[in-house]
Design a protein around this ligand. Structure first.
Ligand code: BEZ
Length: 213
């Protein structure tokens, strides 16, 4: 029986993958780091090329956030290498992160192939330092991803985890709360009363409180 795809809050399944930088064991080789695992429909395609360049240009920012990048498509290592060479020679960008050469097995296990398509969609798995899947994004072939949003999500996860808070829409630029974060709703009557008396937080009501960090 086919195993179900990993969902938010579940452990990323253990697997060995072949990449342009040698084999990797997932998620173990990335323990202690955040991992962005992303699929693209195929090598030598224009939107995917712009995405690889965008990821590479932001790679130093991802690394500052203790985050590694790992690409994937159902193409052979030789194809990935030739495509990376083309990007270097024609676009002047050296892609430094590894790309998985998938036979289709990894994509099927992770749910990267939708419907009866033969190619992977543009999926993004956010895996935390303990190997837990924290978010999954899917984009279709005709839409390149928004890399500011991917970076924003990593920053938001790290601030949320460190401070046990949640993030409002468009954080850190929410149109009502600015860069304030959301204090999780009170879970007891006593906590609700404390919330309203707590001068370090601002509440619209006992269940809607926010604060500056
Ligand atoms: C592209 O990356 O340009 C692309 C890939 C698959 C289908 C359509 C566009």
């Amino acid at each position: 029986m086919e195993e179900k795809i990993p969902l938010i809050g579940e452990q990323f399944p253990e697997m060995k993958v072949a990449t342009t930088h040698g084999d990797r064991n997932l998620p173990g080789d990335y323990k202690g780091k955040w991992l962005i695992l992303f699929s693209h429909p195929g090598d030598f395609t224009p939107v995917c090329t712009t995405e690889f360049i965008a990821f590479q240009k932001r790679y130093p920012e991802f690394r500052k956030l203790n985050t590694e990048l790992l690409g994937l498509s159902v193409d052979q290592v030789h194809s990935h290498i030739k495509w990376m060479d083309w990007i270097r020679d024609n676009m002047g960008v050296e892609i430094e992160f590894p790309i998985i050469a998938d036979t289709g097995a990894v994509s099927r296990r992770l749910g990267f192939i939708h419907g009866d398509a033969s190619k992977t969609v543009r999926a993004v798995f956010f895996v935390d330092p303990k190997g837990t899947v924290r978010a999954i994004l899917y984009y279709p072939a005709e839409l390149g991803r928004n890399f500011d949003e991917i970076l924003r999500m990593i920053r938001a996860f790290q601030v949320a985890d460190e401070n046990k808070v949640a993030m409002p829409a468009d954080w850190p630029n929410n149109d009502i709360f600015g860069d304030d974060v959301i204090v999780p709703p009170a879970s007891t009557v006593e906590m609700a009363k404390q919330r309203l008396a707590d001068k370090s937080i601002t509440c619209k009501d006992w269940w809607m409180c926010h604060k500056k960090l």
